[in-house]
Design a protein around this ligand. Structure first.
Ligand SMILES: C[S@@+](CC[C@H](N)C(=O)[O-])C[C@H]1O[C@@H](n2cnc3c(N)ncnc32)[C@H](O)[C@@H]1O
Length: 260
């Protein structure tokens, strides 16, 4: 299980400002097509990057509520959005949302459901608090589909398997369409968002992710610190021969709540 403490919050803060994730946020905003005056919910809002971007679109008559389980993540979100009067940030869980039925015109849940054990409860809660006709955007990653050039395949498998075991649903994208249908969402659309890096750089999403993967494998006693450091070095060195290759797919799901 991942604890979103101060250190994790700092990691996300850096990793989610890389160009790949900025592009993903822009795609999310485009898909939600927010309008001035709307009531919007972002569950698992993290450090508030998406909430911040949404705030200017909905204007002063609108309201954007960010909910997150972790107070350390919320602390950074509050700092980021301190001057935005249409933003409300609060602690809570997606499995028990503290809002009345039919409260929101639009909702987002980005890279959060994979950590949740009770996915159906979470999606039902999301649906409950949305108004009829409300739009939802969900993004999840297919972590089982990481494509990585690595000189040590055995070590890579160990590290990726350790990550797989750390989160509740490492391959949630393949299950989301039937789940959304079961819970009476309609107009479901899916878009792949590939994250491709062909060079190793601190400013790329993959550099942070590879460090994160290996640190979790160490934390879970799957590999030693030395093995993690060697694995990272071998992968970084691939850039010298222009052989670095990392790719993973994220998926954006959009859907609408119809009243049944
Ligand atoms: C990888 S971060 C994504 C943050 C944000 N959505 C973004 O894309 O920038 C996952 C977030 O989900 C939050 N989270 C995990 N389980 C949650 C739950 N049951 N309810 C609400 N938030 C949760 C974590 O605290 C963390 O802030």
């Amino acid at each position: 299980m991942i604890i979103y403490d101060k250190k994790a919050a700092q990691n996300i803060e850096l990793s989610y400002q890389t160009p790949e994730i900025v592009r993903q946020r822009n795609q999310t905003l485009e898909a939600l097509a927010l309008r001035a005056g709307e009531q919007v919910l972002d569950v698992g809002c993290g450090t508030g990057l998406l909430v911040h971007d949404m705030s200017s679109t909905i204007g002063l008559q609108g309201r954007i509520v960010g909910v997150d389980f972790s107070n350390d993540m919320l602390e950074l979100a509050k700092k980021r959005c301190s001057e935005m009067t249409n933003v409300q940030l609060q602690q809570g869980s997606i499995t028990q949302l503290d809002f009345a039925d039919n409260s929101f015109d639009a909702a987002s849940c980005i890279q959060t459901l994979l950590y949740v054990d009770e996915i159906e409860v979470a999606l039902s809660e999301l649906r409950r608090v949305m108004k009829p006709g409300g739009r939802v955007a969900i993004i999840e990653t297919d972590w089982r589909g990481v494509v990585l050039n690595s000189p040590d395949e055995v070590m890579t498998r160990k590290i990726l398997d350790a990550w797989d075991a750390t989160v509740s649903s490492p391959n949630l994208p393949v299950k989301l369409i039937p789940l959304l249908k079961k819970l009476n969402f309609s107009a479901i659309k899916t878009t792949a968002i590939p994250i491709l890096n062909t060079s190793y750089s601190e400013v790329n999403f993959s550099s942070g992710m590879l460090a994160y993967f290996s640190s979790y494998a160490v934390k879970n006693n799957v590999i030693s610190n030395e093995e993690a450091a060697l694995w990272m070095k071998q992968i970084q060195d691939l850039s010298k021969t222009e052989s670095f290759f990392f790719c993973v797919n994220r998926f954006l799901f959009t859907a609408v709540k119809v009243d049944v």
